[in-house]
Design a protein around this ligand. Sequence first.
Ligand SMILES: [Zn+2]
Length: 201
Amino acid sequence: MRDTAPVSSTIRCDGCGREVSSEHLRERVTRLEWASRFRPIHITTLFLAPAPPAVLEDAFYSPEDSSGAGGSGELLEDLLDASGASGEVESRQAALTFFQRAGFYFAEAVECPVPPTDRFPEVLARLTPTVIRRVRHSYRPQSVVLLSDRLGPLAAALGSAGLDAKLLLLDSKPISLPSSDAAARARFRSQVQTLLKLTTV
Ligand SMILES: [Zn+2]
């Protein structure tokens, strides 16, 4: 019976569909609040990663400067650099503002960190209809860049949903987030640059 009050205090999360603690929900709201400050009114390019990092402060839009190797600071720098907007930004706040003014928005397919005990492909498959809805009705971007080969199934699903014209793929595949070594980052930047050029032709 649906109207029977649940005995358990766990709540189902809209972001990941799991039964979670109130701390999990708080962290999700915090990530959404951080992101909404830098959401462009019209999103030109939506960068979609698989899921946020486990540590809240490492989130892409975190006000903390997560400048450590492989952190969101490096990713932001790489994306800005690839768009030709780097060089003049002094603070994380300024970099995020630049990112926003370029019409860029960063989001995750699964809005919550995926614990190592969960299989990502299964979580993604379960949430794919929600992701398609978010892209179509909420973000409404001109184009979508998928940042991980783990999002291959999502590329196929977005294509089947009639959003293939928005998808920017390289050799029909998503590009992959780089490890923090210089060569991988350089390759990633040039891939992003190639994809962004596709939007201007
Ligand atoms: Zn969640």
